[in-house]
Design a protein around this ligand. Structure first.
Ligand code: ADP
Ligand code: ADP
Ligand code: ZN
Length: 214
């Protein structure tokens, strides 16, 4: 099963992708995580991406397309993958179709998570993750059962993303509406689009997704 998760920042793509990963034994490929790893490593690519990410702007199509093409070739993708955060422009969507075709692969679905803008700011500004295992949490909506301790791995260190502040969220939302939302008709025309209500509680969204994916 090869999936694309589409939705504005904070829609719940990462949260749901982690759950689908376990259920179907496929891997989550988050282009945001890949870029953050490049920034941390200080690579040329990371240096180029850093300023754009801090400003809430998209990095170039060429850069991201080659990263994804290489990543999909790795062994752990054999069973399938969930693309989280890619494609983000119509150009990237077209490149993905070509790339998969060349590898003899096809997309199963593009799942669109719909959430109103007003809710997204609260979701993003309250988001944090376990520094050890990457499990995602929220100050209000998804607290660990014991405060300050990761449910999944027991670690006590957490981190917040530099771009998860209100100002950057506004430009990321703008980038979503201007550049990413126009992808929806692309998948609709190909009968690959499945829409999920991302405003519902986390477990409800998971149920809806499971019903679609089977
Ligand atoms: P995305 O990957 O789409 O940017 P995340 O999955 O990281 O979004 O979710 C953003 C924040 O909102 C996280 O802190 C997460 O715990 C929380 N969250 C995700 N889905 C929901 C939901 N359905 N209801 C409430 N909070 C949610
Ligand atoms: P979110 O999960 O909140 O939507 P991501 O972690 O996916 O955010 O992305 C963080 C930042 O990384 C984006 O604001 C953008 O600068 C960059 N980025 C990630 N994926 C892409 C992509 N496919 N194309 C261009 N830029 C990207
Ligand atoms: Zn953890």
């Amino acid at each position: 099963m090869n999936l694309v998760f589409l939705g504005p920042p904070g829609a719940g793509k990462g949260t749901q992708a982690k759950r689908i990963e376990d259920r179907y034994s496929i891997v989550q490929l988050s282009t945001g995580d890949m870029l953050r790893a490049e920034v941390t490593s200080g690579s040329d690519l990371g240096v180029e991406a850093k300023g754009l990410m801090e400003a809430g702007k998209l990095v170039s199509d060429e850069m991201i397309i080659s990263i994804v093409a290489n990543r999909i070739d790795q062994d752990d993708c054999k069973n399938g993958f969930i693309l989280d955060g890619f494609p983000r422009t119509v150009n990237q969507a077209e490149a993905l179709t070509d790339m998969l075709e060349q590898k003899g692969l096809k997309l199963t679905y593009c799942v669109s998570l719909k959430v109103d803008d007003e809710l997204l700011v609260a979701r993003i500004t309250g988001r944090y993750t376990c520094a050890k295992c990457g499990q995602g949490y929220h100050d209000e909506f998804e607290k660990p059962s014991k405060e300050g301790v990761c449910d999944k791995c027991g670690a006590t260190e957490f981190s917040r993303r530099a771009d998860d502040n209100e100002e950057t969220v506004r430009s990321r939302l703008e980038a979503y509406h201007n550049e990413t939302a126009p992808i929806l008709p692309y998948y609709e025309e190909r009968d690959l689009l499945r829409t999920v209500d991302g405003m519902a509680p986390i477990d409800e969204v998971t149920k809806e997704l499971n019903a679609i994916l089977g």
